[in-house]
Design a protein around this ligand. Structure first.
Ligand SMILES: [Zn+2]
Length: 463
């Protein structure tokens, strides 16, 4: 990939500033820089042949291996940031990308050798390296069906029969639910943690019963209820400047480095606002900082989404600068932090605007039902797709209605075309068994409140 032209910093938040990413790639347009990295990988490989016995030497070797990882990760991050900004057109020149993927392949062989060397000497290696080994071991290679699942992703948002054909393949591809086992393993979860229990069902049904009672209609439609929900928060609006100000303030009360990082994200042009439904809110983690993309319309839900994505960004920043920097973050931990930062924001807004506390509390409750309860329901649906009794599109529609009925209860009328709504849940097609991550993370965020012990987890002085 050839580095594109530099762009000036963008105070309008229309686009990410690509300077940092371009700098990373420009460095590796230089032949000598590439040779140096290749040399580092080769040295690490050779060092493994005579694995040191002394803890200091082991630590030195470990730091060397981690440095290579950071460099390779930076190149990948730079490519991702540029491609997400400029689109696939920049893929035409693949020179750096090809070289990078060759180095990654060689490096993964080094890591494999390094892991087995550590395994043989586990009791001699320093604690930090043992912790790293444990966290990497939890990232078992994706099971074989994962590859087949990727073909299913192509059928997202097509017609009912195609969508059914795609989802019905799941039972054939993965009868033993290996994708589920993998997701549980890499996030260190038990199957039961994702259950949509009768307690969840009672709580969500009570929530909708209460909403329905606010209308003058007997059994209002789901469409009507969603409208009502939205109208309850409509009186609250915040400009982006106001939102950034309150986030900076509330996050820095958790940890002093948060304000510093939010300022850097803004100053370095790593926050961009997008419109159009095809661009999701996201936070892209790279070794040179996290990049946030967001649909923002000043509504309360979009202010909370900003808290969520900036929550990911500040958490990733703290993690990168902690002694656990090289330990991978798993999805459930990562989402737990982001969801807890949402609560930090809502708590702050409740103090700053006591008049709005009924609005804010209503939103708090709707978010809990949506992220925890609804995602557990979706997970139950996803799991049941693997049941051999699912043989036709009608079976899927019926399953969908039955599971949703447990979530919404009888006080809400589900519209006739709602039976096809499973086609719109893109995670079912693109990320097998990812939906449960949100339900578990929300419950953990509300129970454990990790931001309340953030200073113990990430002491200010550690580097
Ligand atoms: Zn998230």
């Amino acid at each position: 990939m050839q580095a594109p032209e530099r762009q000036p910093a963008s105070p309008t938040f229309a686009q990410w500033d690509l300077s940092l990413a371009i700098n990373v790639l420009s460095r590796f347009e230089d032949h000598w820089q590439r040779v140096q990295l290749e040399h580092k990988i080769e040295s690490a490989r050779r060092a493994l042949e005579r694995f040191p016995v002394d803890a200091t030497q082991i630590t030195r070797l470990h730091n060397g291996v981690m440095e290579i990882d950071r460099i390779l990760d930076s190149i990948q991050g730079a490519c991702n940031v540029i491609e997400l900004t400029l689109g696939d057109s920049v893929r035409t020149d693949n020179e750096i990308r090809d070289w990078h993927s060759r180095q990654c392949k060689t490096y993964s062989q080094v890591i494999e050798g390094y892991m087995s060397a550590i395994e043989r000497r586990l009791e001699h290696v320093p604690t930090i390296i043992r912790e790293w080994y444990d966290s990497i071991s939890a990232l078992a290679p994706a099971p074989e069906p994962q590859e087949y699942y990727t073909t299913i992703a192509d059928y997202y948002t097509t017609n009912q029969n195609k969508a059914f054909n795609a989802l019905s393949q799941r039972a054939f591809i993965d009868p033993d639910l290996k994708a589920l086992a993998h997701r549980l393993y890499e996030n260190r979860l038990s199957k039961e943690e994702a259950d949509f229990t009768s307690v969840h069902q009672e709580e969500s049904q009570a929530y909708f019963r209460q909403l329905a009672s606010c209308t003058s209609i007997n059994r209002p439609s789901l469409f009507h209820i969603r409208d009502l929900e939205e109208s309850r928060y409509a009186s609250f609006t915040y400009s982006l400047t106001e939102a950034l100000h309150v986030l900076r303030h509330s996050f820095s009360q958790c940890h002093p480095n948060c304000a510093f990082e939010i300022d850097r994200i803004v100053a370095q042009g790593r926050l961009r606002l997008v419109d159009g439904t095809d661009q999701p809110d996201l936070c892209l983690d790279t070794p040179f900082g996290s990049y946030v993309q967001l649909q923002f319309n000043s509504s309360l839900p979009s202010v909370v989404s900003l808290a969520h994505e900036l929550g990911h960004a500040v958490h990733q920043h703290l993690h990168r600068n902690s002694y656990r920097a090289s330990h991978p973050l798993n999805a459930v931990d990562s989402e737990t932090w982001a969801l807890d930062f949402e609560t930090v924001l809502i708590d702050r807004l409740t103090i700053d605007h006591p008049d709005f506390s009924p609005v804010l509390n209503a939103y708090r409750e709707s978010r809990r039902i949506e992220i925890n309860h609804r995602h557990r329901m979706l997970h139950r649906f996803e799991l049941a797709l693997h049941n051999p009794s699912i043989q036709s599109p009608e079976d899927v529609n019926t399953l969908w209605l039955n599971v949703n009925r447990l979530f919404y209860g009888d006080s809400i009328k589900l519209e006739a075309d709602f039976k096809h709504a499973w086609q719109e849940v893109h995670h079912l097609f693109t990320a097998p068994f990812y939906l449960m991550v949100y339900g578990i993370a929300k419950e953990r965020a509300d129970t454990n409140r990790p931001t309340q012990s953030i200073n113990q987890r990430y002491p200010t002085k550690e580097h």
